[in-house]
Design a protein around this ligand. Structure first.
Ligand code: N01
Length: 548
């Protein structure tokens, strides 16, 4: 019997959920490198995950394209050409389609099918995965590549179904082009999706009203074609780039400064931030002052620079003041990158409405009504209202582990995991870039590759040993949960109402969802744990019980 065949039970060895960056690479790794039988279920009609659903105007990644892709295959990385500094949605979809074809992945993917439930059978250490089409598949391993931002959030506004015009959510955009020409459009929300969509919607709409609850710190993207010599130099530096992003803080080629903002004069700060502002991208956020994440006084020094920039860009002083974020620190709410967002508010047909001081009371048949009774007549409403982040995609699956315990009940007060990878009581169930891993605080493809490689290493080791399950101990999980919160509480992140904190969903527990160990150190920690006989995990062989 081959190593791959040892300890197999079930219809397949592994079920993978989702075909975004995570699921596609996981399938390739388990099937083509480990020789396992794998089934993949995908709710969408094609590959792409997040990029399959988020088709709103302007949708593109905020990571530079040369590092927004897989780096496990040098030939794939070298040969794929991105057209601009940041890849647009349709190009990312084309890239993932190309990946699916290159590794012949589609034959093992069932599209248009959502995993509804998965239940662990303690008698034979397998999971039974059930789909919304009524199919059941038994597998030893289940790997959730369900994405961090895949459950869209539409606030339960009164009267929402009464609206007679068109309604859209950025995270569930139609496949055909939506034409806003000559229409009065309302956009609710001012997060990264709205910031990308608003300038383009404004080009078509006859009248655009943006309903803003919280102003965001928005940094220029500075998108455009990448000069040939820069592209060529990067092509020559595959190994260097790969090494640097794998060992970086956030998965980018950005390094935080040693000298803090607190020790710097305003002139010195301007001299540091201005080139980063001109360069565009996340340099101001993830490649400047580390103390701004920990000390509000340091953060205020960076905020001063950013507030001045908004006043420079927006002509109407009242609108500029409304667009200036207040009451929370820069960098602790995901700051969007902009391609003309602020300038859009200089157009006569674009209006900004503050729905913090005067919240939306209801959606009416003809538009939006605020609490003070003001009505906005609209032909279309765009809900750019975000996602039930990180835990939402796991919560909507009926996941039952040992003793039939529902994962969403176990996580009712916030996620409980070890390494953001597994949860005690749910053997052989892995989450790729799940809650309590660096995930959304990094350039996602880098963290996805690390998790997929790590999961594949674990599975290969289990197969090699003839082991049937791996599961974190209760103690290891408790310490990871505690460490996760301690790391967050040392920073200013918990002081902002963000989806990082679950604060965007009414009733969701206020817990910091990602992990602040940082990309390089987290990778090293995972490797050390595996080298150290999977410290914090219990590995069992079938019928014999615990062995390690
Ligand atoms: O969602 P969001 P998003 N009444 O949650 C507002 C990633 N992403 O889709 O801030 C009125 O950021 C809400 O207000 P507030 C990226 O990680 C990546 O824009 O909660 N308003 C907010 O303004 C990003 O962070 C890219 O006060 C309400 C907005 O809706 C994440 O996805 C591109 C409201 C939601 O903003 C989510 O971004 C796009 C209410 N009841 C997105 N409820 C890339 O570059 C909510 N809002 C890869």
């Amino acid at each position: 019997m081959s190593a791959a065949e040892q300890g197999r039970t079930g219809d397949v060895d592994a079920v993978v959920i989702g075909t975004g960056f995570s699921g596609l690479y996981m399938l390739h790794k388990l099937r083509d490198e480990l020789g396992l039988a794998v089934r993949v279920f995908e709710a969408g009609g094609g590959v792409g995950g997040t990029w399959y659903w988020n088709r709103y105007p302007g949708a593109r990644s905020d990571s530079d394209s040369y590092i927004y892709g897989y780096m496990f295959d040098e030939d794939l990385w070298r040969k794929w050409e991105w057209s601009e500094r940041y890849p647009e949605q349709h190009e990312i979809r084309a890239y993932l389609e190309h990946v699916a074809q290159r590794y012949d992945l589609k034959k093992d993917i069932t599209f248009g099918t959502r995993v509804a439930a998965t239940t662990f059978d303690e008698d034979d250490d397998t999971w039974t995965v059930t789909t919304d089409a009524g199919e059941s598949v038994r597998a030893r391993y289940v790997i959730a590549g369900v994405g961090a931002l895949s459950v869209s959030n539409t606030p339960p506004f009164d009267g929402i179904d009464s609206f007679r015009g068109e309604s859209y959510h950025t995270g569930r955009w139609p496949h055909e082009k939506v034409d806003f020409s000559g229409k009065r459009v309302g956009v609710i929300g001012t997060g990264a999706s709205a910031v990308q969509a608003v300038p383009l919607i404004a080009q078509e709409a006859s009248d655009l009203t943006v309903f803003q609850r919280t102003a965001n710190y928005i940094i220029p993207a500075n998108n455009g074609p990448v000069p040939d010599e820069v592209r060529e130099a990067r092509k020559q530096d595959y190994a260097g780039i790969r090494e640097r992003i794998r060992n970086s803080v956030f998965g980018f080629e950005l390094t935080l400064l040693e000298k803090g903002a607190l020790e710097s004069t305003d002139e010195e700060i301007d001299a540091v931030l201005q080139p980063r502002w001109d360069e565009g991208g996340f340099g101001i956020w993830l490649g400047s002052y580390v103390d701004m994440f920990y000390v509000d006084e340091a953060n205020a020094k960076v905020r001063r620079f950013l507030h001045d920039k908004i006043r420079e860009k927006v002509h109407d002083p009242e609108t500029a003041e409304l667009l200036i974020p207040r009451g929370y620190p820069f960098g602790c709410k995901r700051n969007p990158l902009d391609s003309g967002y602020y300038e859009t508010f200089n157009l006569p047909h674009v209006h900004l409405v503050d729905v913090k001081s005067n919240p939306i009371a209801a959606i009416t048949p003809s538009g939006v009504r605020l609490e003070d009774g003001t009505e906005y007549e609209l032909d279309a409403i765009v809900y750019a209202t975000g996602f039930d982040a990180m835990t939402g995609p796991m919560d909507r699956i009926d996941i039952r582990g040992r003793g039939g315990r529902l994962l969403r009940e176990k996580w009712a007060e916030g996620p409980r995991t070890y390494l953001g990878l597994m949860s005690h009581g749910y053997p052989n169930l892995f989450t790729i870039t799940g809650p309590q891993s660096p995930s959304v605080l990094s350039n996602m493809p880098v963290s996805i590759e690390q998790h997929v490689d790590f999961i594949a290493r674990i599975v290969a080791d289990l197969v090699e040993r003839g082991a049937s399950t791996i599961e974190p101990t209760q103690e290891a999980e408790n310490s990871w949960v505690a460490e996760n919160q301690q790391l967050a509480e040392a920073t200013l992140f918990p002081t902002a109402d963000t989806w990082y904190m679950g604060a965007n969903i009414p009733g969701k527990p206020r817990v910091f969802l990602p992990n602040l160990s940082f990309v390089g150190p987290y990778r090293a920690k995972c490797d050390r744990i595996a080298d150290n006989e999977y410290e914090g995990f219990t590995i069992s062989t079938a019928r014999e019980g615990a062995t390690a």
